[in-house]
Design a protein around this ligand. Sequence first.
Ligand SMILES: [Zn+2]
Length: 411
Amino acid sequence: MNTDNQYNPIELSKEYLKKSTLDNQVSIEQGFNVELYEVSNNLAFIKNFGNIAVFKNDTTGLLIDTGMGVSSLQVVEKLKEWGISNIEYVIYTHGHVDHVTGTEYISDAFEGTTKVIAHENVTKRFDRYKKTIGYNGIINQRQFGLPSPVFPNDFTYPDITYSDEYELEFNESILTLTHGKGETDDATYIYSNKDNALFTGDFFIWSLPNAGNPSKAQRYVGFWGEVLKKMSKYNPEYLFPGHGPLIKGKKTIKEMLLDTSNCLLWIEENVLNLMNKGYSLREIHSELDLPEEYYKPYLVSAYDDFSFLINSVWRQYGGWYSGTPSELKPPKLEDIGRTYIDMAGNDDNLLKFLESLVNSQKYKEASVIVDAAYSVNSELFSDIKKEIYLKLAGQETSLMAKGIYKFNHDS
Ligand SMILES: [Zn+2]
């Protein structure tokens, strides 16, 4: 099996599990290096930015996700090499662009027609995306450090949608599609009984769940935890994650699913507990640290950030008011800037004060002041602003925090 290439995602996942920390698994470079790993004669894992799984029945294929359009040419080559001549079905795990934008190119490259199956909210997501192309382009530019805003303006909509559960028979395997809310409200996870394999989509991505993204629509920390618990009951032998390498072994998989579930449920429970006691958002941030039992290689704040998940729970249950009155209707940034300059005496004194904060590594404090000062005198405060944010980026582990701090300061 799989003698023609060296790529072995199962071995890779074993290596990852031995590490105490893990680099971000969601690097954009993954999209440029597609690999196919044969799990059995009828099932393969395709590594991509946004992984793909493929079932084969003679020469007919069924895909779970289609990855990014940018890597579709390579995906088609791998599928043809593996003996696929037509794609009967595509199942979307959710509607994010890194999982669905390969559909058109891939289905056009094969004979016959392809039916796309997805949760009914995928359709609503694509409609929503059309209203926010500019905004989403900027988010992607910031999050992934791209040279310019990038977001597609067209999507391959599903032909078949479902609401709670959907069953499909393919090559004597029953595929059970179940809806769950987590990263999105349109997510599907799939279980194949014949292969005892679970296809999680982004419910599992080899890092702390992406449940707190600062720039995206509401995500669901607690529901996500519940979904992972439900998934673990299948006791699967294989776990095909949305990102990062394929995992094999019932015991390992159960442990990973339940650790992640418990971590998410811990976060939601503790944030709600403090909200119910009247804590402000800032007070909750100072109060909560992730317990050591969740220091696992697959729960590192590599993509999303623990602190952002706190905000996500707060927003889901409590709205956007932070509980700190000055943040309800804040003054113009320029007015705050002028106040800081007045306090310091003049612009140059404030600059000296900011330099002293930088020297004592008080970058967060400095960032509050420099945002305001820069809006009054962008020329004078430009260099120090850049320095402060690049220092902050250097201290962060998550791709999202780094992306935001580096944005416009990366040259
Ligand atoms: Zn994804």
